[in-house]
Design a protein around this ligand. Structure first.
Ligand SMILES: [Zn+2]
Length: 307
């Protein structure tokens, strides 16, 4: 049975780590797939603290090469190796990351016990980068000081739900049911047609999680993430510091809320808060005036994506 679609926020701070906010990392479980988005310094310690089994992770996505989003990656991979990992791992990230990892590990003469594949991200538009039977991942460009990418994790339902009452009433065989569940009709030997509409129910809505960090607002962003169930968006600053947000190509909480509104997402999660703020009250007030379904994330918080 598939697990709930969950996001575990391991670090919600911006560039400077503090004692209560680690740099960005998010552990995601979607249809029993275990993923990590970004891996700031100390991510493996956050995983230990919050009970995340990091050897289950099969895929890591790095949004960009600012240290607060990937300085923990070398340490995490090294620990996976020391613990004798054998299952393969795929890392997606900006092309230069491959060279950085190679240099780090070659200079220490590290021999890996597992196969690591690297997939460079270079797209200029929204692109499907990973798809299997139960999940899709899209990547898309963000607007930041270096090449940066956002991601959408989307669960996949490849079969319709069975209408048990109808199936039992008409004693539909298992073989026929397999075809009907795929949304296809069955023609019987006597020429009668079994319509899939009579024996199945519509599949439940597809859940999706969009991740946008770090970025300044731009016109195409709401289009990229349109209709996502949940959106995580950076909110490094409040309106008082909008000029700073512009210079550093980040967003304010209010700008993030406008994106959520335009993209018609159901729920907005804000994070990546600058260490200058001791209170996040204004982030919440300014965002909720524009988009009421907003939640500020904190390290260790775990959410379930629901319709
Ligand atoms: Zn950045």
């Amino acid at each position: 049975m598939s697990s709930p679609f969950q996001v575990h926020f391991l670090g919600c701070g911006a560039a400077l780590p503090t004692t209560h906010r680690a740099p960005t990392a998010q552990y995601i479980v979607c249809n029993n797939r275990h993923l990590l988005i970004d891996c700031g310094e100390g991510t493996q310690m956050q995983m230990r603290k919050y009970g995340v089994h990091f050897q289950k992770i099969t895929t890591i996505f790095i949004s960009h090469l600012h240290g607060d989003h990937y300085f923990g990656l070398v340490g995490l991979l090294s620990t996976m190796n020391l613990l004798g990992r054998t299952s393969g791992l795929t890392v997606y990230g900006p092309p230069l990351l491959e060279e950085i990892l190679r240099l780090q590990f070659e200079s220490g003469n590290s021999k890996f016990t597992f196969n690591m594949q690297f997939v460079p991200l270079e797209m200029k538009d929204k692109t499907l980068v990973l798809e299997d039977r139960l999940m899709k991942v899209f990547a898309f460009p963000l607007k930041h000081r270096v090449k940066t990418f956002g991601f959408i994790i989307e669960e996949k339902k490849d079969e319709l739900r069975i209408n048990k009452l109808a199936v039992e009433r008409d004693q539909i065989s298992v073989d026929h049911l397999k075809i009907l569940k795929k949304g296809l009709d069955v023609e019987l030997l006597n020429g009668d047609i079994l319509s899939y509409l009579d024996y199945t129910l519509p599949s439940k809505s597809i859940l999706s999680y969009a991740y946008c960090s770090d970025t300044a607002p731009f016109a195409k962003l709401p289009e990229y993430i349109k209709g996502s169930t949940a959106l995580y968006h950076e909110a490094t600053f409040i309106e008082e510091h909008i000029d700073r947000a512009k210079t550093t190509q980040h967003s304010t909480a209010k700008q993030a809320a406008k994106i959520a509104l335009e993209a018609e997402v159901k729920q907005l999660y804000l994070g990546h808060f600058s260490s200058r703020y001791t209170s996040l009250e204004l982030h919440l007030t300014e965002a909720s005036e524009v988009f009421p379904s907003v939640c500020l994330v904190e390290d260790g918080m775990q959410i379930t994506i629901k319709a």
